[in-house]
Design a protein around this ligand. Structure first.
Ligand SMILES: Nc1ncnc2c1ncn2[C@@H]1O[C@H](COP(=O)(O)OP(=O)(O)OP(=O)(O)O)[C@@H](O)[C@H]1O
Length: 499
């Protein structure tokens, strides 16, 4: 006997103006299932999960929850009905505390005569975090005190607080370290044991194949296939996703690890309180230098120091010409591009268009005597949009309306367009589908061959091994080891140095 169908989506379509994000999607979710939703960037995964979690309604089609018509008016309504989501984009509110974020919209629970009982709220928040397995966060702290990863976990706590019957995790694990991912996997297993259901969105095929009991593949807003666990097969899934056989190497195939002698960027004895303790590095012309470690090893902060966003208490980042980097403006002037892990807050102006975002670092190139020519701007942007296959309606469209992976391409595009010589890439393939990932790797290799230099900070060991000339492993804020490129380099050898 098959399990009870908890949610049924019937012929769901969604249009955003002229964009047909979903076309006639019919899907059902049974109790106790962990369904992986997979598809290329812009295939409609977030749109579908947003509709069932009450972010916006479908243009047409109907939903049924436990056999009853279901039409959530907003996310709170969906939560009351038993569906909650951890969205792909950053969902905590800055400027308020951890507990306030967890109980956003539910403050009345702690309010009597108009006064919020904060003590009770903090106690309840601590309990909620403990249940989920999140440690080391003080509910009374401002949310800004915590890292992207910790804020993501706070979102997870918030979503689980309503004890949902369907829990949706949209592209969350890529923002997390292995420790954070393990927390999520544990939660998913527990929900399944409790006969709850999960809709899990990720671009990590290995992760999906391990975690999910079923996979649903979308392409260009259309339902393509539903696969049971016994039919999971990597090549077939990839083919279904992109609609063609993927050929060619994923990573670069050379192992000579060649790069120039000239040092283009240095970190000298960089200290950041409680984060980095005297880190030095040298990046050479034509080198891809991978930096890895556990998420709190200091690698993300090191990237920020090298781009001039964060000032070390001691030590400095220095260009090949001896100039000390003290601001992003100066870094950009010296042809450094930076892809932040925290895409939506640090790398993009969400309420501006693709074109405005793209031309920002390159304004001097497309202006003359202080005048910016619209035609030049358009041509300039169109070239990048085309080259990177950015899925958009028009280049004047706001960046906030793009799918996650396409936003990432805009970030990449703006630094390519600026003809950067040095790229500091912090988790550059976060949220990017396999087709685009392969393209990004090719692009990085091409940049290397053009004698550009790249620092790739990553939590994904396969991409560090696959792409780097050297890999620097940080541990507890110090350089633990530097590995040379080699076909013999294995993940297990590197992990030993990380922990
Ligand atoms: N608010 C919006 N306004 C206009 N277009 C939108 C909006 N939200 C999504 N879209 C468009 O709908 C399509 C589907 O986007 P969606 O975010 O659902 O894709 P996705 O499969 O989740 O992609 P990714 O893997 O990159 O996150 C894209 O073309 C996107 O640009």
């Amino acid at each position: 006997m098959s399990a009870e169908i908890i949610l049924k989506a019937n012929h769901i379509s969604k249009n955003f103006g002229l964009t047909h994000a979903l076309k006639d999607i019919s899907i059902q979710i049974e109790r106790g299932e962990i369904i992986g939703l997979i598809g290329e960037n812009g295939s409609g995964k977030s749109t579908f999960s947003s509709i069932i979690s009450g972010v916006y309604p479908a243009t047409s089609g109907t939903l049924e929850l436990k056999g009853q018509p279901y039409k959530p008016s907003d996310t709170m309504d969906a939560q009351r009905c038993g569906i909650s989501m951890v969205a792909q984009e950053m969902g905590t509110l800055p400027g308020i505390g951890v507990a306030d974020n967890i109980f956003l919209g539910r403050e009345e629970k702690f309010t009597k005569y108009g006064i919020v009982n904060r003590k009770e709220m903090y106690q309840e928040a601590a309990k909620a975090m403990e249940v989920v397995g999140v440690a080391g966060i003080n509910p009374a702290d401002p949310i800004s005190r915590y890292s992207l990863e910790e804020r993501k976990l706070i979102e997870v706590v918030r979503a689980l607080y309503s004890e949902p019957e369907i829990f949706i995790v949209d592209e969350t694990t890529t923002a997390l370290s292995q420790k954070g991912r393990d927390i999520i996997y544990k939660i998913l297993r527990r929900l399944q044991e409790q006969d709850k259901s999960v809709l899990f969105i990720s671009h990590d095929l290995e992760e999906l194949m391990t975690v999910c009991s079923k996979l649903i593949i979308l392409r260009d807003g259309v339902f393509i296939e539903e696969l049971e666990q016994k039919d999971f097969e990597e090549e077939r899934i990839k083919e279904l996703m992109v609609g063609r056989k993927l050929t060619g190497d994923y990573y670069r195939s050379d192992y000579d690890g060649n790069f120039g002698e000239e040092v283009v960027l240095k970190a000298e004895n960089v200290h950041i309180k409680q984060v980095l303790e005297g880190v030095s590095l040298e990046l050479h012309k034509g080198e891809i230098l991978g930096i890895g470690g556990l998420t709190d090893c200091g690698m993300h902060e090191l990237g920020r120091v090298l781009f001039g966003i964060e000032k070390p208490v001691y030590g400095e980042a220095v260009l090949g010409n001896g100039e000390v980097i003290h601001s992003p403006k100066q870094a950009i002037k010296n042809k450094i591009g930076y892809v932040s892990k925290n895409r939506d807050q640090e790398a993009l102006i969400l309420s501006a268009s693709i074109m405005d975002n793209m031309v920002l670092p390159s304004l001097s190139k497309i202006s003359s005597a202080g005048l910016i020519f619209k035609g030049a701007e358009k041509k300039f942007t169109a070239r990048q949009v085309d080259g990177l296959s950015i899925k958009c309606r028009e280049i004047t469209q706001d960046v906030k309306d793009l799918s996650g992976g396409n936003k990432q391409k805009v970030v990449f595009g703006k630094w390519l367009a600026n003809e950067s010589e040095i790229f500091i890439l912090d988790c550059p393939t976060r949220g990017i589908d396999i087709g685009v990932k392969a393209f990004m790797y090719q692009l990085m290799y091409q940049l290397k061959k053009e004698n550009k230099s790249i620092i790739m900070i990553s939590e994904e060991l396969p991409e560090l091994i696959g792409m780097s000339d050297r890999i620097m492993i940080l541990r507890k804020g110090r350089v633990q080891k530097i590995f040379e490129r080699s076909p013999k380099l294995s993940e297990s050898v590197i992990i030993k140095e990380m922990v």
